[in-house]
Design a protein around this ligand. Structure first.
Ligand code: SIN
Ligand code: FE2
Length: 207
């Protein structure tokens, strides 16, 4: 049941072009409030390398990567404090986007904030540290454009390339919930509001 403003890019994958655009100033301010408490940091992968993107979280749970693996935690390991609360401007947006894509009952308990500088990338992976795969992933793109790699649930399948720009929201769930995905090396540029960076917000139901 595609709505005119929702593009189905694959079974279970919905692109809401420009859905977050009008909210950009408020969203960015919310991100700044969160990262003033739990700063963006380059976490280590289990292999011991620093990730090229910088991350933080808000909400009851935060996604954490370290030498001991990937997991959700209620506290920021950097500050020892609970992750900052999820600002209503962020959770409202995620709820509305999920509902537009047909996931009416999405109530995220985790929001991962990823900041990409030119040269940063994210290798193909599945989001599979969450407890309930009936709930979708809602991903909001702000700042510099990126090429998003959207695969299938099989790592060997060649991913399709989706150009995501400022304000785009991508929702994946159902048959695509465990789709492999990643972000190609970010090209340099300057965004009018965010400057030389891309910020991605990924909302999940983790527990
Ligand atoms: C992610 O997979 O966690 C982030 C995806 C993105 O930055 O678009
Ligand atoms: Fe992901």
């Amino acid at each position: 049941m595609a709505r005119p403003d929702v593009v189905t890019v694959a079974a279970g994958v919905f692109l809401l072009r420009g859905f977050a655009r009008d909210l950009d100033v408020a969203l960015l301010q919310a991100v700044e409030e969160v990262t003033a408490i739990s700063p963006l940091r380059h976490s280590l992968t289990p292999g011991g390398q620093a990730m090229s993107l910088a991350m933080s979280n808000c909400g009851p749970l935060g996604w954490v990567s370290s030498r001991s693996g990937y997991r959700y935690e209620a506290r920021d390991p950097m500050t020892g404090q609970p992750w900052p609360a999820m600002p209503a401007s962020l959770s409202d947006l995620a709820l509305r986007a999920a509902a537009q894509a047909g996931f009416a009952h999405f109530r995220p308990d985790a929001c991962l904030i990823n900041q990409y500088a030119p040269g940063s990338k994210l290798s193909l992976h599945q989001d599979k540290d969450e407890a309930d795969f009936s709930q979708p992933i809602v991903s909001v793109s702000l700042g510099l454009p990126a090429v998003f790699l959207l695969g299938t649930t099989q790592r060997r399948d060649l991913p399709q390339r989706l150009r995501l720009i400022h304000g785009d929201v991508l929702v994946w769930g159902g048959p695509a919930r465990l789709a492999f995905h990643g972000v190609m090396t970010l090209s340099d540029g300057a965004h009018a509001l965010l400057g030389r960076r891309r910020v991605n917000l990924t909302f999940r139901k983790a527990a």
